[in-house]
Design a protein around this ligand. Structure first.
Ligand code: SF4
Ligand code: SF4
Length: 322
């Protein structure tokens, strides 16, 4: 937009967007914590911070009703779905990759897909923190719109339509694809023999050493943009109503590996810690060729005993060191 800075143009665009969309973005609250919040009428300024709890809380709420006997049928409970279309703005590249991961992991989930189809995703340039360790990447992340510097890119038909409707003066770059500098990770690549290292590290004392420090608080999983385990909980009340909910679960919790009959696949903290690491790097990778760690560093940021996933991985002995 001629006569306006890139920031002013973006702000103007967001204000127009608010007429039709519930606009949500990262805002630093009075307590100094960056959270995803709905922008109010005053159009609070977002900031390039990583929200402590990422966008999974919109797509997969911490608790949601799946079914209630009061509905009189076995249908999924529609009231638990957010009625509004949500525009998620200022999404950092690592969180765009995390969304792509969740899209694959929840491809058959009707609740997730219902929300996902009503989500407009607007990415932005990365503002790295001291905790980041994003791996090298070979392809740009998916997005509807992406703002960087004075430029904007459209990544979908939805993005093109929204730009045309709400910011016709902003012209999307079509001459070049989103440049690598905006999405290529700067961290070290994962070791080629990672799968073998994990498979042969079952009895390695490294896991017990790290587990001695771990509190099993689960903060790392809660803050992780790709950790999305849930439990299904039934509640039957004397009033006659019965409800089925799904609630966030956490692989650091003792019950996570508990199955019918009382057997627990991961009864101790060492096994749970190793499981989380293995799942982060190998759980989905073998099946879909995608790591579930996008290197955002939130897990290290929130860990009360400063356990660093990347550092632990570096210590995992290579075959020749055994
Ligand atoms: S494991 Fe840690 S660094 Fe990797 S995506 Fe999750 S929170 Fe981010
Ligand atoms: S945040 Fe740290 S202490 Fe808590 S479960 Fe995760 S690794 Fe363990």
């Amino acid at each position: 937009m001629k006569g306006f800075s890139a920031t002013e143009s973006f702000q103007y665009f967001v204000e127009k967007l608010q007429h039709s969309w519930t606009v949500v973005g990262p805002i630093i609250a009075a307590d100094g914590v960056c959270r995803l919040q709905e922008l109010g009428e005053a159009a609070a300024r977002t900031c390039p911070c990583l929200p402590l709890i990422p966008q999974k809380k919109i797509l997969l709420p911490p608790a949601e009703l799946l079914w209630s006997s009061l509905e009189g049928s076995n249908q999924l409970h529609p009231a638990s779905l957010s009625p509004a279309a949500v525009a998620l703005i200022d999404v950092a590249p690592c969180d765009l990759y995390a969304l792509a991961y969740l899209d694959q992991a929840y491809t058959d989930d009707p609740f997730y897909q219902e929300r996902r189809q009503r989500l407009l995703i607007i990415g932005r340039e990365c503002s790295p923190t001291t905790f980041c360790h994003c791996p090298p990447r070979t392809a740009p992340p998916p997005f509807d719109l992406f703002f960087a510097g004075d430029d904007v890119w459209c990544g979908s038909e939805l993005g093109e339509n929204v730009l045309r409707e709400f910011a016709s003066a902003l012209v999307a770059r079509k001459d070049v694809a989103l440049p690598q500098e905006y999405w290529a990770g700067q961290g070290a690549p994962l070791p080629n023999d990672l799968a073998v290292r994990f498979l042969q590290s079952d009895a390695d004392p490294l896991w017990a050493e790290v587990a001695k420090r771990c509190l099993s608080c689960g903060a790392c999983s809660a803050a992780c943009p790709t950790c999305a385990c849930y439990d299904v909980v039934d509640d039957v009340s004397l009033s006659g109503e019965s409800k089925r909910q799904r609630v966030w679960d956490n692989c650091f919790f003792r019950d996570h590996g508990l199955v019918a009959g009382g057997h627990n696949f991961r009864p101790d903290r060492t096994a749970r810690l190793r499981f989380r690491f293995e799942h982060k790097y190998l759980g989905f990778g073998g099946q879909r060729g995608i790591s579930s760690c996008v290197g955002c560093g939130r897990c290290q940021q929130v860990c009360p005993v400063e356990i660093n996933l990347a550092h632990v991985l570096e210590k995992l002995p290579a075959l020749e060191e055994r």
